[in-house]
Write a protein that binds this ligand. Structure first.
Ligand SMILES: CCCCCCCC/C=C\CCCCCCC/C=C/C(=O)SCCNC(=O)CCNC(=O)[C@H](O)C(C)(C)COP(=O)(O)OP(=O)(O)OC[C@H]1O[C@@H](n2cnc3c(N)ncnc32)[C@H](O)[C@@H]1OP(=O)(O)O
Ligand SMILES: Cc1cc2nc3c(=O)[nH]c(=O)nc-3n(C[C@H](O)[C@H](O)[C@H](O)COP(=O)(O)OP(=O)(O)OC[C@H]3O[C@@H](n4cnc5c(N)ncnc54)[C@H](O)[C@@H]3O)c2cc1C
Length: 627
């Protein structure tokens, strides 16, 4: 059988220790063990099936998601899973749901922006899921411009309460996940108003629904905002709309780590920077970077396996056609994506470290690295999600016509992934933040303040001073170019973190060699993509450009025999991949054929509607023909 033989023979060609590469990909032997065990647990549980997801109506889809979430929670309790294991379970269940916002944003916001007392009050309730929370920041009229939010939280000194209100239609909260149908509580971002004075945006814990009958509390209007792109995909999430009509909450439900409102209505600032109100976004952006490598590697795994199974043209002496993975054009599209998946994995690991480091410093009242952490999380979130979204679509094309079938797994993966380019900050808006950070760093170059961390290279580039003068002519005017500069800065981080990874001790036969090849592919591919910029700025000569391209081609040949093993190292189950084209055993054609018959349209041989619509046309044609 074609697929079986092809993948088995590919695996036998691998020149490195796949088991050791699995450890590198997972991050440690322990993480690999946990992820392997939990992925199998999910794959073997019928409640977590997802093969019919794209065919369900929104209501059935959503109810099924609730069932899965409840079952996941039950299993977490029954099996006494650790936080790490529970997060893996969520990952392999592979379905966006209210739980993500509860654990991923509501709880981190209370931890990051609540006082000790507030944490003691709210976290136990949230950890036990006695309340379910979401993150209600974005409004119908304002998402990117957080300081432009219109929801008001007005202090009433008479009753010691805040009055939460939506003064306009555009102030309606719009988009928060988990809000539409599930959450009982939300962290709501609104303008703090004391004595008619506006103190800017802050977070408030607001109960939305009754804990008895789940009905919205008085003064609160909530609903789902409607179907989103693609079938299945992000429609498992109840992104919601929310309006307040003078809803009162106690004063101690304002998150008060950054600033406090006293009983007398005085605003007291802590010693922490006000930007900590944006802290949850830094945390989630960091997580999104790690997730990018998962989504991209998943698409690459499907496209690579299928490219080894699929044969077109070029009859060999044995009468068999050529595997499409052997075409240089296929390699030059696929292997940079394979390299990117590994590159994003390692930069994600580093960003996780950076985030932990900044958090430890914050605890010790050292706020010096916060601007860099913001710039790195914003920039890398933008770079990796844009590249991943484009990469998934490229993988679909690499799989030809079959890639367009839902059973390939790629359409749903694309549909579920692309909002990552928008949520947690539109990717261009985030790059502008990086640009602002870079300009600020450049402006300090002459002042004796040495650049550190990811900007250390700036101290070595003399032309940057002139650059600063040019930018001072107008940030907005040059913003398109500044965005390119921000991307280049982030690419430099990705490449340097890959190189740093290679400097670590990497055990296992041939593993380091494969990673070196992938790192070189990533760097040279980026150079190739931006060749015009490199040449026009005189960074490289035409001769060097052509040598780089020759080197890239040679690296593709080096990776070719290892391609299947390099995607096997992701250790994905067939359940997680949910792709007929990416099956581990390569048994693509019989399964594609089998899958087609499962479509509800094939339940009957003659379709519903034949009698009403097709038959009359056929009869009409018959009459016309007689005329
Ligand atoms: C079953 C059980 C287990 C389950 C486990 C599940 C675990 C899941 C874990 C995680 C999953 C998470 C799920 C994710 C799902 C995502 C859903 C999506 C959510 C959202 O989208 S929430 C809304 C996000 N919104 C945005 O991102 C808005 C984007 N806009 C902004 O961030 C900002 O407003 C801005 C940066 C664009 C502001 O620009 P502006 O120029 O107006 O700046 P100012 O507001 O005036 O501030 C300037 C000043 O502040 C600095 N700054 C800005 N942002 C930050 C920051 N985040 N941190 C630190 N500093 C910041 C900026 O640099 C300026 O500083 P200077 O004045 O230059 O010094
Ligand atoms: C699936 C999904 C889930 C979400 N979940 C949540 C959630 O749980 N909680 C929550 O609060 N929010 C959530 N959001 C909202 C999300 O955070 C915002 O949509 C996002 O921050 C982008 O803001 P926006 O929609 O206002 O885009 P806009 O800012 O209106 O962007 C529109 C266009 O304008 C451009 N633009 C905007 N400002 C500038 C500028 N200064 N310079 C140049 N160009 C600019 C952008 O690049 C973009 O091309 C979610 C969104 C989605 C799609």
């Amino acid at each position: 059988m074609a697929g079986f033989d092809d993948l088995a023979s590919e695996r036998s060609k691998a020149q490195f220790d796949v088991e050791e590469m699995k450890v590198i990909w997972a991050g440690s032997r322990h993480t690999l063990e946990v992820s392997d065990r939990i992925s199998r647990l999910v794959a073997n549980d019928p409640v977590f099936r997802k093969d019919t997801r794209t065919m369900l109506s929104r209501k059935d889809l959503f109810k099924n998601t609730l069932r899965k979430a409840a079952h996941a929670w039950k299993r977490i309790i029954e099996l006494r899973l650790s936080e790490e294991e529970a997060a893996e379970l969520r990952f392999y269940v592979d379905e966006p749901a209210f739980m993500d916002l509860h654990w991923g944003m509501f709880i981190p916001t209370i931890k990051g922006q609540g006082t000790e007392e507030q944490q003691q009050k709210w976290l136990p309730l949230a950890y036990k899921m006695k309340i379910i929370g979401c993150y209600a920041q974005t409004e119908l009229g304002h998402g990117s411009n957080v300081q432009g939010l219109e929801t008001t939280a007005t202090f009433d000194p008479q009753t010691d309460e805040f009055i939460i209100h939506s003064p306009t239609l555009t102030s309606s909260k719009w988009w928060p996940g988990g809000l539409g149908k599930v959450s009982t509580h939300a962290v709501v971002y609104g303008r703090l108003i004391i004595d008619s004075k506006d103190y800017g945006v802050n977070g408030f814990i607001v109960q939305l629904r009754s804990l008895d009958d789940h009905l919205p509390l008085p003064g609160i209007t909530i609903g789902d905002i409607g179907m989103k792109f693609g079938s299945g995909a992000y429609n498992t999430m109840d992104n919601g709309v929310l309006r307040f009509d003078h809803v009162r909450i106690p004063r101690d439900q304002m998150l008060m780590r950054v600033s406090q409102v006293t009983r007398e209505g005085k605003l007291v600032q802590s010693n922490v920077p006000w930007q900590l109100v944006y802290g949850t976004m830094v945390y989630v952006r960091q997580k999104i970077v790690s997730d990018a490598s998962c989504a991209l590697s998943r698409a690459v795994c499907i496209a690579t396996r299928y490219s080894a199974v699929r044969r077109q043209f070029g009859l060999q002496s044995n009468g068999i056609e050529t595997q499409v993975i052997d075409y240089k054009t296929q390699q030059s599209r696929l292997f940079p994506l394979l390299a990117s998946a590994y590159a994003f994995r390692f930069v994600g690991e580093w960003l996780k470290w950076l985030y932990m480091d900044v958090n430890q410093r914050l605890q010790a009242s050292d706020f010096s690295t916060l601007p860099e952490a913001h710039a790195c999380t914003a920039g890398l979130k933008s770079l990796t999600t844009s590249a991943t979204a484009d990469g998934i679509e490229e993988c679909r094309k690499l799989c030809g016509g079959h890639g367009y079938l839902c059973s390939s797994g790629l359409p749903e993966l694309f549909a579920v992934y692309i909002p990552a380019c928008t949520y947690e900050g539109d990717n261009i808006v985030l790059l502008l933040q990086v640009a602002r950070f870079l300009i600020k760093t450049v402006s300090q170059l002459g002042s004796g303040k040495e650049p550190v961390g990811t900007t250390v290279y700036m101290g070595r580039v003399e032309q940057l001073m002139q650059c600063h003068c040019a930018v001072q002519k107008g940030f907005l005017e040059l913003s398109a170019d500044l965005v390119q500069a921000a991307v280049a800065h982030c690419q430099l981080i990705v490449v340097s973190k890959f190189i740093e990874k290679l400097q670590q001790d990497i055990p296992g036969k041939g593993v380091k060699g494969q990673l070196e090849a992938l790192c070189n592919i990533y760097a040279l591919f980026i150079l190739h993509k931006h060749l015009g910029d490199f040449l026009s700025t005189g960074c490289i000569t035409p001769k060097q450009a052509s040598l780089a391209n020759a080197q890239l081609r040679s690296l593709y040949s080096q990776v070719r025999p290892n391609a299947i093993a390099l995607v096997d190292a992701f250790n994905y189950t067939d359940h997680y991949l949910s792709s007929v084209l990416g099956r581990y055993d390569g048994n693509v054609y019989p399964k594609l054929y089998e899958e087609a018959w499962k479509d509800p349209l094939n339940d009957s041989v003659v379709p519903d509607g034949y009698q009403e619509y097709i038959q009359p046309i056929l009869k009409q044609q018959l009459r016309n023909a007689r005329l």
